[in-house]
Design a protein around this ligand. Sequence first.
Ligand code: DX5
Ligand code: ZN
Length: 216
Amino acid sequence: MAIVAPSFLSANFLSLEADCKMVNESEADWFHLDVMDGRFVPNITFGPMIIEFIRKTTTKVCDVHLMIVKPEKYVEDFKKAGADILTVHLEACTHLHRNIEQIKSLGMQAGVALNPHTPVEALKEVLHDIDVVLIMSVNPGFGGQKFIPNTLNKIAALRRMIDEKGLATKIEIDGGVTLQNAPDIIKAGAHVLVAGNTVFRSKDPKDTIAQLKKIV
Ligand code: DX5
Ligand code: ZN
């Protein structure tokens, strides 16, 4: 069964409480929270303050995806805000190993995200240190973009690396996930489906989450 992580980037921020309630009542596993700084990516979203509010509405896993430069400056703030999983971009970290250790030393699970152009092999030396690899299946910055097909090859290659080493690292796919392409994504070896528009723009978001959840 897939782990399903609705992305609040596509939620209605004027009725955030209602959207949190909907996800809480659904079969979703993780709350996916996208932090953007207008520097690493062209868009700006929200920071620890909003996450602290969202955290209070749920006991589900808060999966925070940092699309920011110098993430090390804010790791403690996101811990205080209630992040369970903190994911940094490999492309934003000069000292990735140090950043991973920093996240884990505060008791959070560590994730590393890869842009579409970054090969999964770039993680070879740290794979055993991390809990989650987030493969971007669109260029980060915006919801509602089209899934990049080459992602399926990256998932399969990463899954081989993980299985060969006998690791429990989870593969999370973020961007352009739909009910149509999700079965292929899971078949290729992914564990976690992030879905923004597919969930929040659907007629029955809870049912859409249930359908994503059923994919094996
Ligand atoms: C994009 C974000 C995604 C985004 C996905 O940079 O990381 O989490 O919300 O949105 P959809 O599922 O609509 O492509
Ligand atoms: Zn994301």
